[in-house]
Design a protein around this ligand. Structure first.
Ligand SMILES: *Cc1c(COP(=O)(O)O)cnc(C)c1O
Length: 383
């Protein structure tokens, strides 16, 4: 055996790039099966991953069942029919569209396509955790702009002035979630337009509208119509939240066709399954289902926020299907007690918000169960 051949390392992880070794992994909400296993609790309510409890359109379920028979075939890699349906639904040319295995994959594709170690990406403090992850994985610098202060109108929200000031000559991507996750806060139409128009031409702005269906009912602007006049704007949407298809993994980007062309060069060949494409097409054909669920969830969000407020618990304003609740120094203990009561919420200490919990809005019965469990805990917590 040659000298080179005998040097098998006991630490092959060290062979990963320095950029990847330095990443902190994304921590998802606790799955129901894990809570069952660890605590022996049954009848669990998961309010931890901003899933939509009303589920997808029955038409989408039927389409998935039909598509199962074709699972032995590779899907249409170009997602022709899905893009056609999306183009009609959105009123944009199909050449502006890129489909992803969830919008998470589009975030990865954007980073890999526009960043390298000589570039930087800008995001916000308390912004969606995937942005710094995809920026840093490419070796690019991640510049995190300071967020609004806790007592601002949009507590912990994106500060567009700070984000504009963070843009450098080497910046290629700026990530804005509107509304943001985990805070629920949003930026208004006029400041957002001014921000995009003042951005230098060497930077793209990625406007992540994962919660669009709820945002549209909550005073948070959607910017899809701006793509026509703003070649450096990329809008991301997903079927995971409003359409209640999180498990299928379908998202899409709407952009200038040259940006779509660049993304589609790098896109994995068969990145969205045929079952997912069929479901997404059928879901687009049943807008009433989505709108009815979104209306219920937004009404429940306001009811839960008011119920918490009447107990002296602050929630940040939210345009999503979740609330960021100020639980105080006892937040970790409250999280644990809720788990024992069979309700999973999301601690967000990893976001630098150890006193807060992010709580997804469920059905009225699920939300009642949460409020009933929370009541005595909040009374026990020091004011
Ligand atoms: C949930 C969420 C997404 C959606 O991710 P998918 O990969 O489409 O499931 C994207 N951005 C933000 C801010 C989110 O909260």
């Amino acid at each position: 055996m040659s000298a080179q051949g005998s040097g098998a390392t006991a630490h092959p992880g060290q062979l990963a790039t320095a950029a990847v070794r330095a990443l902190s992994p994304y921590v998802p909400g606790k799955p129901i099966s894990e809570l069952e296993r660890e605590y022996g609790v049954t009848d669990i309510v998961k309010l931890a991953s901003n899933e939509n409890p009303y589920g997808p359109s029955p038409a989408a379920i039927a389409a998935m069942q039909q598509a199962v028979a074709d699972a032995w075939l590779y899907p249409d890699g170009s997602a022709h029919e899905l893009k056609r349906a999306l183009a009609a639904h959105l009123g944009v040319p199909a050449s502006w569209l890129t489909v992803g295995n969830g919008s998470n994959e589009l975030l990865l594709m954007l980073a890999e396509t526009f960043l390298n170690a000589q570039c930087s990406g800008v995001c916000s403090q308390y912004g969606f955790a995937i942005y710094p992850l995809v920026i840093r994985a490419t070796g690019a610098a991640c510049i995190e702009a300071a967020a609004h202060l806790p007592h601002a109108a949009m507590p912990y929200g994106h500060d567009l002035a700070a984000m504009a000031a963070a843009v450098r000559a080497d910046t290629r991507l700026v990530f804005i979630a509107n509304p943001n996750n985990p805070t629920g806060t949003w930026v208004g139409e006029a400041p957002l337009r001014a921000f995009i128009e003042a951005l230098p031409a060497h930077a793209l702005v990625v406007l992540d509208e994962a919660y669009f269906e709820f945002a549209a009912l909550s005073g948070c602007p959607g910017v899809l119509p701006w793509v026509a006049d703003h070649p450096n704007l990329v809008v991301l949407r997903t079927f995971s939240k409003g359409y209640a298809l999180a498990g299928l993994r379908v998202g899409y980007a709407v952009s200038h066709p040259e940006v779509a062309d660049a993304l589609n060069r790098y896109r994995p060949a068969f990145n969205v399954s045929n079952i997912a494409q069929a479901a997404a097409i059928a879901a687009l054909g049943d807008p009433q289902h989505v709108q009815a669920a979104a209306r219920r969830i937004v009404a429940e969000r306001e009811r839960v926020a008011a119920a918490l407020g009447s107990r002296g618990v602050r929630c940040a304003p939210s345009a999503g299907n979740f609330l960021m609740v100020e639980a105080g120094p006892d937040a970790p203990r409250i999280y644990e007690q809720l788990l024992r009561g069979g309700v999973i919420v999301r601690p967000i200490g990893g976001y630098g918000l150890p006193r807060h919990l992010r709580i997804s809005i469920g059905t009225p019965e699920q939300n009642e169960r949460l409020l009933r469990l929370l009541g005595p805990m909040l009374k026990a917590a020091p004011a």
